[in-house]
Design a protein around this ligand. Structure first.
Ligand code: ACO
Length: 428
């Protein structure tokens, strides 16, 4: 088959740019050759840029489709556990029974953190934002595994991935316990991943552990929905940091920093704050008006997505999970949930939101669900980070397993001063 090309005429030169086929979704125009002539493409926010080749996650934003390694998110959320999905992301396939046992065993036996790590926590203020602490302690893990940081070894790559997935809930729960002044709780090996996370968050050494299996199952589902999402801002950050050869703990710490922003993982916290600010149904119109007003910075948090210009498929599952959790904890009549449903209905019918294809995203319901699980608001994004670690580290691993590790180094459109001489200080 003849190679497909796109033609570009620029500065009197004609370029034949190869069009590369994808297995799903749009083909891409390879523009790398342009750099040889110091010619660059300009794409702020990377709206039109495919930054890498990947086999992990596919999103069709116009049709609301999300696939991990080809499997629809709806099926994964219904039929799999979070760690099976983590295995799928990491290894490319869902585990069979033996692989599942072995993977779960590996994760379970890496959940403890070094006994020096608790000392890091005492350096932080008790009222520090948990994401600030997470950036610090996850990055600090590299100081504990420096002998295993030779990533020419496949064994070391996988060991780093296992350690990160296994230790994230432990560190996340320690962050919460630290804020309360309560003792850190050790993981228990006969609890599963989600149960252990809830146990480390909410148990006390003075009492027997009592994790509600329905709530653990709901958390497991929430984590599946957040496990990976293609080349989003935090994943791209992890890849960019990783492209320098930086160690995975430092790269994930960078990803955590990127996830923290309210336009990304911080949206569920921001969404719940917004629902509380709106307060009651009678105020919805006022806030819809504010969201539509170009001179008002207010945005409806939990609405809109850079890629989904249709209903976020994760939001549908999250809405159902939210219902189940509220039912289990006896909060079916939760006024914020009712307010959220009303707001969703009104926004979905409003011309402004319809025209711009602004649908609820996964964060619209995840905040209410986590709140019902007893998770404090400032921990929402930490929970997101725990789940997304599976995706981040899979993407990092995929990049490391490419034949050559290509340093990510974008260029710019320069709009600053032209060359000039430095004046003496009395002339400035
Ligand atoms: N409320 C009101 N108006 C909105 C919203 C919103 N939540 N989102 C987008 N718009 C409007 C913009 O003002 C713009 O209008 P215009 O065309 O008249 O200028 C139009 O919709 C397009 O918006 P952009 O910001 O250009 O779209 P982009 O794809 O860059 O933004 C984003 C995506 C950042 C997620 C945005 O929709 C937003 O800020 N949403 C609220 C925050 C949020 O929920 N983030 C979570 C994302 S999901 C996740 O990270 C897991």
């Amino acid at each position: 088959m003849a190679e497909k090309i796109a033609k570009l005429n620029m500065n009197g030169k004609e370029y034949d740019l190869p069009i590369l086929e994808s297995t799903l979704g749009p083909d891409v125009v390879k523009v790398s050759e342009l750099a040889k002539d110091a010619t660059f493409t300009f794409d702020p926010g990377y709206n039109s840029t495919a930054s890498c080749e990947s086999k992990i996650t596919f999103i069709d934003g116009s049709n609301g489709i999300l696939l991990h390694r080809g499997y629809p998110i709806e099926q994964l959320a219904e039929k799999c556990e979070f760690l099976e999905v983590a295995h799928l992301l990491l290894h490319g396939e869902l585990p069979n029974k033996n692989q599942k046992n072995s993977f779960y065993n590996d994760i379970t036996h890496h959940t403890l953190v070094h006994e020096q790590i608790p000392r890091f926590f005492s350096g932080f203020r008790r009222d520090a934002h948990p994401m600030a602490i997470m950036v610090g302690v996850v990055g600090a893990l590299s100081a504990f595994y420096h002998t295993d940081l030779d990533f020419s070894s496949q064994k070391n790559l996988m060991l780093a991935a296992l350690r990160l997935i296994a230790k994230m809930p432990t560190l996340a729960a320690m962050t919460y316990k630290y804020s309360l002044g309560q003792p850190f709780i050790y993981p228990i090996n006969n609890l599963d991943y989600a149960e252990n996370f809830l146990h480390m968050m909410f148990s006390l050494p003075t009492e027997e552990t009592n994790v509600n299996p329905v709530l653990a199952k709901a958390l497991d589902k929430i984590m599946i929905l957040h496990a990976d999402h293609e080349q989003n801002a935090s994943t791209s950050t992890v890849r960019m940091a990783g492209s320098t050869g930086a160690n995975p703990f430092a790269c994930i710490a960078a990803g955590i920093g990127a996830l923290w922003g309210p336009a990304h993982g911080g949206a569920n916290e921001a969404c719940l704050n917004m629902l509380e600010t709106i307060g009651d149904e009678g105020q919805i119109d006022k806030y819809i008006k504010k969201a539509k007003d170009k001179d008002d910075p207010f945005r409806l948090m939990g609405f809109g997505h850079r890629v989904y210009k249709n209903y976020d498929p994760r939001a549908k599952i999250m809405q159902k999970t939210c219902h189940d959790v509220l039912e289990t904890v006896g909060a079916k009549d939760d006024p914020l949930f009712k307010l959220a449903m009303k707001l969703e209905k009104i926004a979905l019918e409003d011309e402004y939101f319809v025209d711009r294809k602004l649908y609820p995203n996964v964060d619209f319901y995840s905040g209410i669900t986590l709140r019902a699980l007893g998770v404090p608001r400032n921990m929402f994004t930490v929970f997101f980070a725990v789940a997304r670690t599976a995706g981040w580290i899979s993407q990092w691993l995929e990049m490391h397993n490419e034949p050559t590790l290509k340093l990510a180094r974008p260029r710019q459109r320069y709009l600053g001063a032209t060359e000039r001489d430095v004046p003496p200080i009395d002339k400035r």
